[in-house]
Design a protein around this ligand. Structure first.
Ligand code: WQD
Length: 326
């Protein structure tokens, strides 16, 4: 029986597909390649198509005897979501509803959903646990919250789901032959790498006047390979009859921008050109996970630290300065 991975040619999806394959699981990826890369998959089965195409989804489910799904396929740029809301609702919400319809029609009833800590907006306190209020502050985050609600309601139709709320995914596969496309994101770690490899002259630090130890924002950076492992554990939990669940996926450790910069200079032995500018709208001072539920129910914990995040990202960009071939 096979695991269908939607959006599996993307950053976290491809790392998860590779881990499952290494564990001997059968995997098939469905991806439009609009933002993903075939090169990220090596010889993993890839069907180029859209999750909203119910004929294609049905054919894949039957041909590969799909038993469960990991649903990554979505647009994820916070800024873009604010200027193109319709596209985000269409691609992230409407298409997900269509996907679930196709899955249920083909008796596929287990799904792991790629959600985000962004659903919390600006949490009142940190660490953040799953009881924190869901208060999305961007269209992107709202689409993640909407799909979570839809999946929860789909229990009534026999679907069981685990929604994984990622904190800040970062890093790259230890081999150095998989990683993040820095052209597709403005997140801190890939931007730091752009500066180190000359694709950007200086890191703009968005404010150092926050009420934190060193004045810069604090986040929970979780290695992409630890995230991949979280998906495997979620699949196994559902396969063993686990009930639907929503979990935070983070290390529980807060790291400031300045701490990450210092780690970068320590790991690479290179100075990181940077300049302090004003705060970025919408940035909370401190957001990091309470990972208790993930540990208690799925038996998952992060095993890779910030040093491994930085060194693995550096290795990937050093070996593949132009990322994947399109
Ligand atoms: C981290 C910190 C910035 C860039 C976002 C999405 C969230 C999730 C993770 C998908 C902040 C600072 C950043 C830079 C900087 N994505 N920064 N200079 O905003 O915590 O979360 O990515 O699920 O949905 O909102 O991540 O990496 O953008 O920022 O100073 O050039 O780094 O101010 O404090 P964020 P980020």
């Amino acid at each position: 029986m096979t695991i269908l991975i939607t959006g599996g040619a993307g950053y976290i999806g491809s790392h998860t597909a590779r881990l499952l394959t290494e564990l001997g699981r059968d995997v098939v990826v469905l991806d439009t390649l609009e933002r993903g890369y075939r090169d990220a998959l090596n010889d993993i089965d890839l069907v180029v198509g859209d999750i909203a195409d119910q004929r294609t989804v049905g054919k894949v489910c039957r041909k590969y005897r799909v038993e469960s799904v990991i649903h990554f396929a979505a647009y994820k740029a916070v800024g873009e979501s604010m200027t193109e809301p319709l596209r985000y609702y269409q691609n992230n919400v409407a298409a997900s509803i269509s996907l679930v319809e196709s899955l249920l029609e083909n008796e596929v009833t287990r799904i792991v959903f790629s959600s985000s800590a962004a659903v919390y907006g600006t949490p009142d306190t940190a660490p953040v646990n799953e009881d924190a209020p869901v208060r999305p502050e961007s269209v992107y985050a709202q689409t993640k919250a909407d799909v979570e609600r839809f999946l929860g309601a789909s229990d009534a139709a026999g679907l069981t789901s685990v929604c994984l709320r990622y904190f800040n995914a970062a890093g790259a596969h230890e081999s150095g032959d998989m990683g993040e496309d820095w052209s597709a994101t403005e997140n801190l770690v890939p931007v730091v790498m752009k500066v180190l490899f000359g694709a950007q002259t200086s890191l703009e630090v968005f404010g150092d006047d926050y009420p934190t130890a060193d004045g810069s924002c604090v986040r929970d950076y979780v290695h992409v390979s630890d995230l991949a492992d979280a998906h495997v554990k979620a699949l196994d939990y559902l396969a063993s009859g686990g009930k639907s669940l929503i979990c935070n996926v983070g290390t529980g450790q807060g790291t400031s921008v300045k701490q990450l910069m210092a780690m970068t200079e320590s790991v690479t032995g290179r100075a990181l050109p940077h300049h302090i500018t004003g705060r970025r709208a919408g940035d909370p001072a401190a957001v990091f996970a309470d990972p208790t539920l993930m540990r208690a129910v799925l038996g998952w914990r992060a095993t890779r630290d910030l040093r491994e995040i930085i060194s693995s990202a550096y290795r990937w960009h050093e070996r593949h300065p132009d990322g994947y071939d399109r």
